[in-house]
Design a protein around this ligand. Structure first.
Ligand code: DGP
Length: 114
């Protein structure tokens, strides 16, 4: 499996503002934030896209969601609300092929998204 920018962030080979870490997931601030809070939650295991996630990796998806919810509670915006997004491939604008969950918060988020 190819190495990604996000694997390098996880290994601390390139800098990032890491705000969450556990055995399964690392969370760091997006370089190009789309909301006052914009954190990317990335599994340590480098799955390229949601299409590549296997059934035996189902726990990985759960860990991403649980990490985001934990962070939202810890930071105090869980009740106000937040959005979680996984972009997959070209039509969704995926640019880094290491699956990641965007967490956006800190403003009212419109729907439908662009
Ligand atoms: P996506 O479009 O879903 O693949 O989102 C990739 C996000 O990654 C995008 O919002 C910008 C962010 N990003 C790209 N390069 C870097 C980087 O080097 N550091 C950080 N912190 N974020 C990055």
């Amino acid at each position: 499996m190819s190495d990604t920018l996000f694997s390098k962030i996880i290994r601390r080979e390139i800098p990032a503002d890491i705000v969450f870490e556990n055995a399964h997931v690392v969370g760091f601030r997006d370089l190009n934030p789309q909301a006052p809070v914009h954190v990317l939650f990335v599994p340590r295991e480098p799955v390229p896209t949601l299409n590549d996630l296997r059934h035996d990796q189902a726990e990985l998806a759960g860990q991403l969601l649980l990490a985001a919810a934990h962070y939202a509670r810890e930071q105090g915006f869980a009740e106000a609300g937040y959005r979680t997004v996984i972009n997959t491939n070209a039509d969704a604008g995926q640019s880094v092929f290491h699956i990641h969950l965007h967490l956006l918060a800190g403003r009212t988020l419109s729907w439908p998204p662009g």
